[in-house]
Design a protein around this ligand. Structure first.
Ligand code: GTP
Ligand code: MG
Length: 89
């Protein structure tokens, strides 16, 4: 994305003021919750190796990286359909 040439460095947020929001979506058991734990650097989302779904409702946890952005991660229940078909909706 092109940056506004009138934007000065002083008006840009520092990395510690940045907030990154992400939502994890995908098929059941494809590692959404595990990925969320890795991204946040802590084990907050429940993960399990099983065929049946593990996550049944959306949950959000956050982490503030030292001198870095705040990251909000929303984990979601898995889809029963293939990812390729999700983009058709
Ligand atoms: N080998 C391997 N295993 C993974 C990876 N990511 C997750 N797993 C394993 O896959 C299993 C399911 O991971 P979850 O993170 O619970 O998957 P999920 O997408 O949250 O599952 P649901 O909540 O049921 O939709 C766990 O036993 C994880 O340890 C990966 O990148 N590689
Ligand atoms: Mg899960």
């Amino acid at each position: 994305m092109a940056r506004d040439p009138n934007t000065t460095a002083s008006s840009m947020p520092s990395s510690s003021e940045l907030v990154i929001n992400m939502v994890l979506v995908g098929r059941i058991g494809n590692g959404k919750s595990s990925s969320g734990n890795s991204i946040l650097g802590k084990k907050v989302f429940k993960t399990k190796r099983q065929v049946m779904p593990v996550t049944f409702k959306c949950e959000m946890y956050s982490a503030a990286l030292q001198d870095g952005p705040t990251i909000n991660v929303v984990d979601s229940p898995g889809s029963k359909i293939k990812n390729e078909r999700m983009v058709e909706f």
